[in-house]
Design a binder for this molecule. Sequence first.
Ligand code: EPU
Length: 421
Amino acid sequence: MEEVIKIEGGHRLHGTVRISGSKNSTVALIPACVLGNAPITIYGVPNISDVKSLIVLLKELNVEVKQLDEETLYIDPTHMENVAMVSNAVSKLRASYYFMGALLGKYGHAQIQMPGGCYLGPRPIDLHLKGFEALGATITYEHGCYILHADELIGNRIFLDISSVGATINIMMAAVYAKGRTVIENAAREPEIIDIATLLNKMGAKIHGMGTSTLVIDGVEDLKGCSHEIIPDRIEAATYIIMAAAMADDMIIENIIPQHIEAILMKLEEIGIEMKVGPDFVEIFGNDKELRPAEILTKPYPGFATDVQQPFTTLLTRAKGQSIVTETIYTERFKHCNELNKMGADIDVRIPSGLINGPTKLSGTSVVATDLRCGAALVVAGLMADGVTEIHDVYHIDRGYDHLDEKLRSLGAVFWRETIE
Ligand code: EPU
């Protein structure tokens, strides 16, 4: 028995969609909450399966979690216990590795099995470990588990060879209690990192330089409770904007921070999409006009986000001529292209690039969401295609898109789920 998503394509979208809190912020904010010894309330929590997995992990650590309303979580680590994290939930998402930094920072000890998450090619965590070691931790790997230990963490200067989002956040969490000053050079600058640092500072941490490539963390002795509203999800926003560009005459995407998706909006204008950008919304005037091809190079923020590359590729199947998408973050992140080709696209994958020859007409067939954003690319394709598209392995999509079904149906999409043998 398997649940599949079905989309009858070709229906125009219209109306307004409200963007939820950022998945990639939330999955780091939740582990960050356990650094203190007092309750934290988080607003704007998306209803996605990654959050459910993290709640399971919190409960295993004896952290009290209450869902105050649909979007509000109350997290109280007062009676927390630093147990080994070896359950199934760890392997369900990559972000479980944020407990490494949080537990090491708080207790000087963490035991956690290798995290899971989308397969986008190799995803090493050497930079995280290098950072922990620079703070004084010893790391062993036994029976599929990392064991991190430090009698005392001491601030240090750390240079990240790659400005990794995960390593920046993880080292920042490990360093909040470290003695003295930690400086992370070549730190990642993604908005989600600012969001985590903002929460930690509200708790009493001393983090400076957020949003720049030099993060400075002065160790403190105690962290307290607070409340925090998560930033809107820039990847979810971009996904709906792409859907609008493909299938709406006039659609509003609200509760967004347009500066966070500047690179994507510029690319959309370049290929011929008209829009109005407001302070917290974008109005997209899609049309059936021929689109111009584009060259896209994925880059760390503020460059074109790798997570948006996949759904954007679907839109480019409508452009006349050859578009080239080149991945500099995850060079193998092209599995969606095979699925799009099954639907009639003409994409030649020559890693690290995909050459998209268009325009091609997409037609509904059975496809597989091989990872979260591949799933997003296929949902966009399903909306554009003739006939019915059947998407398998939808659990990937449910890891990251809050209320997808309701949002799409309210926009006029013909979208449903079926359980099949
Ligand atoms: N890297 C290393 N060593 C490390 C860490 C990273 O070589 O120790 C490499 C990676 O292999 C990759 C590059 O550095 O080539 C950047 O990886 P980064 O660490 O920045 O990625 P991440 O933290 O694992 C987050 C998001 C991803 C998003 C990337 C890039 C979360 C939970 N995940 O992953 O989001 O693609 O940053 O922006 O925040 C998604 O939402 O679908 C998703 C995969």
